[in-house]
Design a protein around this ligand. Structure first.
Ligand SMILES: *Cc1c(COP(=O)(O)O)cnc(C)c1O
Length: 236
């Protein structure tokens, strides 16, 4: 099952790249493995997957020692400052920076470990009240504020688009995030590269790629539906 799922996601990504005149190598597939047992991650690993996305620090901390160490772990979920310590030396990127206080806390933890953490700024492009993220009109100022922190490196933007049955409905949001990224890049802010766009999930990753995504985060499309029981076991 997982093998077929991965192959079909891979094929959809390749087609979306062709449709939009992009190279396959411009788009990174992140397998979102939250709530999934390590056996499933190992299965995906054996099929060649190296980038895994998780949304709970404790889950990364628990899975990390049980799996090969060439995995690139991506922290994609809301992060509390007191949990940064669980993941700072384990993840290759934090996709969900949405406050100056969080950025400062990541910077401080990164300094302790003598590393520079690549981060993305989470933007709430659809303006959904229930979602975290910076307002688009505040993004540039926010990037400027956190760009001075020496132990983080701002590499781009991330968004979680609204849930929808029709991925076309999210196209304007992806386009908006893409434009925002270009606009900020053109300001040439020190210590900011703005070349990464983390957007698109199972329901809409193809549209996201057509609009410039460089990282898509696919969970259900690879691992199948997450069950409530699985979700409960990590509700710590
Ligand atoms: C769960 C999750 C995903 C993956 O969602 P699917 O619809 O299962 O592909 C992507 N991004 C974030 C931030 C998530 O929490």
């Amino acid at each position: 099952m997982l093998k077929e799922n991965l192959a079909s996601v891979e094929q959809n990504i390749a087609k979306a790249c062709i449709r939009s005149g992009r190279q396959r190598s411009e788009v990174q597939l992140i397998a979102v493995s939250k709530t999934m047992p390590v056996e499933k991650l190992q299965e995906a690993y054996d099929e060649g997957t190296r980038d895994f996305g998780e949304n709970k620090p404790q889950e990364i901390r628990d899975k990390y020692p049980q799996l090969p160490d060439d995995i690139r772990w991506h922290m994609i979920g809301h992060l509390q400052r007191n949990k940064i310590k669980y993941i700072i030396d384990k993840v290759c990127m934090i996709h969900s920076v949405d406050s100056v206080r969080l950025a400062e806390a990541i910077d401080a933890e990164a300094e302790k470990h003598h590393l520079v953490m690549p981060v993305l700024v989470e933007v709430n492009v659809a303006g959904e009240e229930s979602k975290s993220g910076i307002r688009p009109e505040e993004a540039e100022e926010f990037v400027r504020q956190i760009s001075v922190l020496p132990h983080i490196h701002v590499e781009g933007l991330m968004t979680i688009a609204p849930y929808t049955e029709n991925p076309e409905e999210n196209r304007p949001f992806f386009r908006k995030l893409s434009k925002l990224c270009v606009d900020i890049r053109q300001k040439n802010i020190d210590n900011v590269s703005m070349c990464r766009l983390s957007m698109g999930m199972t329901g809409d990753y193809e549209v996201a790629i057509e609009e410039g995504a460089t990282m898509v985060r696919v969970g259900t499309g690879i691992f199948g539906k997450r069950t409530y029981a699985q979700a409960m076991t990590d509700g710590r």
